[in-house]
Design a protein around this ligand. Sequence first.
Ligand code: GLA
Length: 434
Amino acid sequence: MHLAELLFVSSLSVATFALDNGVMRVPPMGWLAWERYRCDIDCDHDPKNCISENLFMEMADRLSEDGWRELGYVYVNIDDCWSSMKRDDNGRLQADPKRFPGGIHKLARYMHDRGLKLGIYGDMGTHTCGGYPGTTLDKIELDAQTFADWEVDMFKFDGCYSNATEQEQGYPLMSKALNATGRPIGYSCSWPAYQGGLPPKVNYTQLGEICNLWRNYGDIQDSWDSVLNIINWFFENQDVLVSAAGPGKWNDPDMLIAGNFGLSMEQSRSQMAIWAIMAAPLFMSNDLCTINSGARSILQNKIAIGINQDPMGIQGRRILKEKSGIDVYWRPLSKNASALVFFSRRNDMPYRYQTSLSKLNYTTGSYQIYDAFTEKTMTLKDSTSFVVSVNPTGVVMWYVSAPAKRNIRQFYRGGRLQGSLFDDDENAISPVFL
Ligand code: GLA
């Protein structure tokens, strides 16, 4: 084969590997209206008028002024109930003029002016889940072009009011149509959630080729029961899900709900830590104007975010589910580092869990540990037995450095070889965390 042919063929095979729009090489982060606001978008903030665009602009102001944007929270995503009940005379979707008097394009500009991005919602089917106009097969190209014209950066394609056959055509077609607009638009597919989330009905290889992220399972609600139910499903099915994820293609266990009404601080930390292990998209759904400082510091935790955003993009696993009610989760990270989460399902009292790194499959060596929530560091040898105290429904989360290497710079004193030192550079905590 000639070199040119070879290059062409190999570029084809790369193109079929992952959605080739260049976006979301690490899990996307931002804010999404649905869990907290549903269709009541902006009655909290503006009870008389309920003008939704104000809510999105206020959240954008908070993201850009309260330190969120710098940490990676850049998407501001509209969910259902944004559109008018009727398409316009050209068959295009249009925003409800009362809720979005400025229109979607202007809102996108508002985001872009602040270094943020705008996401929007649609539905593969006759109607959205909330009963607004859906995108049937014949409307896919038109709607993709409309979103691109509005300079939208992300699109969530829900799946109410369509059957499996229509979805099988519609989701890949929308991927093509979005690509064809020439605008990089992150593509979130709800398809697997409508097909039970598991093979053989769900083809994760194909999803990775056409979507940047996908909802696998049911909707999150503002309760610990709901979070726990999601955690259980994702880790019971981890053998299927872990291999589906990677740069540009992510499993989506749904929004972060810290800052609302249903989770304690411990539970908020647990959600944040486990979402980081899962390489999950981090979309908060809360009120950033009134969020308390505890929830804010959990959602802004640099270690948890750093672990979530690791460039290797390998989704972590549950490695132990102990009878005591302690689960241990592990995620490999770049630079030969890793993350560990100890999670308690108990409801009684802090549990003292005893183990060692070698019991958790770590190889011989000395490791630096950085505790994400207490911000304490320590050095641990693989063989050293240690105890972590895990609060009920809470977590302990560790960033674990690469094992220290024996330093080859052996030194002589008095003419005799004195042995070797540990090379501290090798297993230092990555400076991005400190
Ligand atoms: C479905 C989705 C939710 C939300 C609603 C909107 O239930 O799973 O995330 O988008 O529809 O109606």
